[in-house]
Design a protein around this ligand. Structure first.
Ligand SMILES: Cc1cc2nc3c(=O)[nH]c(=O)nc-3n(C[C@H](O)[C@H](O)[C@H](O)COP(=O)(O)OP(=O)(O)OC[C@H]3O[C@@H](n4cnc5c(N)ncnc54)[C@H](O)[C@@H]3O)c2cc1C
Length: 326
């Protein structure tokens, strides 16, 4: 199938790009991917997306975005992109190529990548049981629900320290569960955490399981003082925040576009334009015409739905300008 604009991903970035691209008459096709509606569908309520003064159930919000894109003519395809071949010097005769489920080939003048980034979890069964009921991977998003309560943050890097400090501004008490006998964060972040009277760092602790009646009420931990010397303990908590990193869903594009060491797509200068990869420590400078990235797959910093939606709008505006220049 030959299209002007192909969008990969059905989260806030992909749907917003679809609204803008369809209103610009680009007749976009959007590939929904493995998680219809994106990451937000793993939480229970969204209170910080503008336009919903009483908060909104995430499935409703994502369905609203989808219907808005549909109204202007976006075509949705259920399936996963499994292979791409981006043309280094694309033209209407040599377009970019994208395969869905290995079989269906789409040829496009412009491709907007909006594949998001998945939060890393510990992999405990109880973590899955309580997801959205005390387990969260986003303090900025869900911290407000735990005002004056006790929470735990898992992780010992900069993000974990940042999240612990943020939560300490809202909560009664914050435990930090750190696997190692030290924090990996920068000196200044460590200092902030260690000097905050609301934060208690539990070094050399691992989580065994979460407990509670229908929601998180506690965590069983194991304290390893050096093998075989270990001790189990229980902490009473209302929330359990993962801060052990994210995995950008960009592996598929690695041969064609520049990514940073963690896999986030590199864009420059307030644009969503993608660049060709370079080897070594050089900064990517050669644009890959017609390939744009929006949302969390290119954003290691903010990871918020409204920011992802904003960058989706930017990507569609840039794709439109590019297509009109062909
Ligand atoms: C528990 C939790 C709670 C959150 N709460 C809030 C909140 O209250 N407010 C807020 O602003 N933000 C919140 N966030 C963050 C928000 O969900 C993200 O910032 C936002 O969803 C990013 O949007 P995105 O479109 O970039 O990516 P995503 O929402 O991650 O969507 C990525 C899309 O790409 C698709 N995809 C992936 N790989 C492929 C492939 N190979 N082929 C085709 N499609 C593919 C997926 O199916 C998915 O549809 C929360 C996040 C989490 C994890």
């Amino acid at each position: 199938m030959r299209v002007k604009c192909l969008i990969i991903g059905s989260g806030p970035a992909g749907y917003t790009a679809a609204i803008y691209a369809s209103r610009a008459n680009l007749a976009p096709v959007l590939i929904e991917g493995p998680q219809l509606g994106g990451q937000l569908t793993t939480t229970t309520e969204v209170e910080n997306f503008p336009g919903y003064p009483d908060g909104v159930e995430p499935f409703t919000m994502m369905d609203d975005m989808r219907r808005q894109a549909e109204r202007f003519g976006t075509q949705f395809v259920s399936g996963i992109v499994t292979k791409v071949e981006f043309a280094p010097n694309p033209s209407p005769l040599t377009p970019h190529r994208v395969w869905v489920e290995d079989t269906d080939l789409y040829e496009a003048d412009a491709v907007i990548i909006a594949t998001g980034a998945s939060a890393k979890y510990l992999g405990l069964e109880s973590e899955r049981t309580y997801r959205g009921r005390g387990v969260s991977a986003c303090a900025t998003c869900d911290g407000f629900f735990y005002r004056k309560k006790t929470v735990a943050v898992v992780g010992g890097g900069d993000t974990a320290c940042e999240e612990a400090n943020y939560l300490a501004g809202l909560c009664e008490k914050v435990y930090m569960i750190v696997r190692k006998p030290y924090l990996r964060a920068s000196a200044v972040m460590q200092e902030r955490v260690l000097n905050n009277p609301k934060i208690e760092v539990l070094f050399e602790h691992n989580t065994l399981q979460l407990t509670g009646e229908g929601k998180v009420q506690g965590a069983d931990l194991i304290y390893r003082k050096g093998e075989p010397d270990e001790e189990q303990r229980h902490i009473a908590i209302d929330g359990f925040f993962l801060a052990i990193g994210h995995h950008p869903n960009t592996e598929l594009f690695k041969d064609y576009i520049a990514r940073d060491a963690e896999g986030y797509i590199i864009t420059h200068d307030n644009s969503t334009q993608c660049y060709q990869p370079v080897t070594g420590n050089l900064s990517p400078v050669t644009p890959l015409p017609g390939i744009f990235a929006a949302g969390d797959c290119a954003d290691p910093h903010y990871r918020q739905a409204v920011v992802a939606a904003g960058s989706g709008a930017k990507a569609a505006i840039e794709a439109d300008k590019y297509i009109k220049s062909l």
